[in-house]
Design a protein around this ligand. Structure first.
Ligand code: ADP
Length: 494
């Protein structure tokens, strides 16, 4: 990463973005646009098309036509693989440009953005490209006078609704397996962070993906997202975002064609620190990184710190020291540890959570306020609140900001009980040198992913998905492919 190159890229003006429909860039049907505000300085960066129902209907129709005529699904797997591998190469070749563009509308610090966005997106697309010609059907163990076969067929048109925290990475988690299996996709990026993902879609076409197989429509969730959710012509809906929107998508499915809906929602993930952790200093630094990187806008963020009572004060002091050592500021500076909060609305919501925590008996050890206001950007100091009761708002509701709540515990059983006391179940961590205890925690804490003596970092080879109100249907790994295929039985009398 080179600061001069980054500065050159940020000096470039960003053109107005349009939809990608049927292989062409097109404006909204009524010509309307939305301002894209950069969280770095609060200034208008560019505009995107403000999609209408007509635009979304056109994108869905294009995806349906592309699927029905087999221009992608009908290609030999080796041909699809070649296109997807080329796409991954193009993402990698343009990584810095994509990362800087993405940071300019979403605010993630560039160090993390470069790795987690184009880096991870390219790896994901490549993983599913390599997997696509290794997905076999099955022959059933029938009696000798019949042949029972199970075919795996693409579902048809996939609608994918993407959030603003990691648009390229999360976009690739859906696009990789969906396109690999031969489906067509209609993508709906988030209002406030769409630019890098839209560029990534252009690169797919440059790599040879036929027109119409991948369409992307920008605009408001309540307009174009709803149209996608209610469509009679979308077969599967995949989503990452808030629980409220997830609930709506299930309603849309029920009110329309009962399409399958897969949701990756929020979390309130417990990071559990035992006194016998192998290295408490390391645990403190990783705990701070696990909640404060990307300003806490990470679905798996370890937002609840459960600390064994005997080390509570010293451990909290170590996490506070680590937090205070993290540089908050311009996300396009290579030495920034924590970038901008994505929007002013989100920043105010974060600050509201801190006020509520205080009114419920919490004590702010560090942070708790907006900083660098003079830049015009949306920055918040990493915040640690102790004395958080397991039933307090800060222990129960997802903030999606750089706010860590600390709760002490005195036994393994109590740690598990507190860990499981929310409606969520996305991620968790445990720090201990005791192997049996680590395994008991893995079994006892209800989550989709449990870290041991680390936090964060699982790659594309393993699933990420929640239990409870954190969602259903994991992204990543070969298991994700199941969401994008139908099983068809052929029963043949011999
Ligand atoms: P967040 O609170 O993280 O922004 P949202 O669930 O509101 O989470 O947003 C995630 C994605 O869902 C965005 O692309 C947004 O436009 C979309 N979205 C929001 N509301 C709706 C809706 N009513 N129908 C469909 N999509 C929506």
């Amino acid at each position: 990463m080179n600061q001069t190159q980054i500065d050159e890229l940020r000096a470039q003006s960003v053109p107005a973005f349009q939809h990608l429909i049927d292989g062409k860039h097109v404006p909204a049907s009524d010509g309307q646009v939305m301002d894209i505000i950069s969280p770095i300085d609060g200034q208008v960066l560019t505009t995107t098309a403000k999609g209408t129902k007509t635009d979304m209907d056109a994108a869905i129709a294009s995806a349906r036509a592309a699927f029905e005529d087999g221009r992608w699904a009908g290609q030999p797997p080796a041909a699809r693989k070649k296109v997807m591998l080329k796409w991954a190469d193009l993402i990698e070749a343009n990584a810095l440009e994509l990362a800087v563009l993405g940071v300019r509308d979403n605010g993630t610090e560039i160090g993390m953005a470069l790795k987690a966005e184009p880096g991870s997106a390219a790896a994901t697309i490549r993983y599913y490209a390599e997997a696509l010609d290794k997905v076999y059907g099955e022959v059933a163990p029938t009696s000798s006078d019949v042949l029972g076969m199970i075919h795996k067929e693409p579902v048809g048109v996939v609608g994918a609704i993407i959030p603003w925290n990691f648009p390229m990475m999360i976009g690739a988690w859906k696009l990789g397996p969906a396109l690999a299996m031969g489906n067509s996709v209609v993508l709906k990026p988030a209002e406030t962070a769409s630019l890098s993902l839209m560029r990534m879609c252009d690169l797919a076409l440059e790599a040879g993906l036929p027109s119409g197989v991948l369409n992307a429509v920008t605009g408001e969730g309540a307009v174009v997202g709803e149209t996608l959710g209610l469509s009679m012509d979308v077969d599967v809906l995949v989503f990452t975002g808030s629980g409220g929107t997830g609930r709506r998508l299930m309603e849309y499915a029920a009110r329309s064609n009962m399409k399958r809906v897969y949701l990756e929602l929020g979390g309130k993930s417990p990071n559990i620190i035992f006194a016998d952790a192998p290295n408490l200093d390391e645990a403190a630094k990783v705990a701070a990184g696990g909640i404060f990187r990307n300003a806490g806008q990470v679905c798996v963020a370890g937002s609840r710190l459960l600390v064994e009572a005997s080390i509570h004060d010293e451990f909290v002091a170590a996490v506070a020291k680590a937090a205070e050592g993290m540089r908050v500021g311009d996300p396009l500076k290579v030495d920034t540890h924590i970038g901008a909060v994505n929007s002013e609305i989100q920043l105010n919501a974060n600050l509201g959570f801190v006020e509520t925590a205080k009114s419920e008996g919490g004590h702010v050890v560090t942070g708790g306020e907006r900083i660098l206001k003079e830049t015009g950007g949306y920055y918040m100091a990493p915040t640690i609140v102790t004395g958080v009761d397991q039933n307090a708002t800060l222990a129960q509701k997802e903030v999606f900001g750089p706010v860590l709540g600390v709760t002490p515990f005195t036994s393994d059983a109590e740690a598990i009980q507190i860990a499981n006391s929310t409606v969520y179940g996305l991620a968790g961590g445990v720090w201990t040198s005791n192997l049996s205890r680590a395994h008991r925690m893995i079994r006892g804490v209800r989550t989709g992913v449990m870290h041991v003596n680390t936090y964060g970092g699982p790659d594309v080879t393993v699933p990420l998905g929640g239990v409870g109100q954190s969602g259903n249907g994991a992204d990543k790994s070969l298991h994700a492919i199941d969401k994008y295929v139908n099983l068809k039985t052929a029963w043949i009398k011999l």
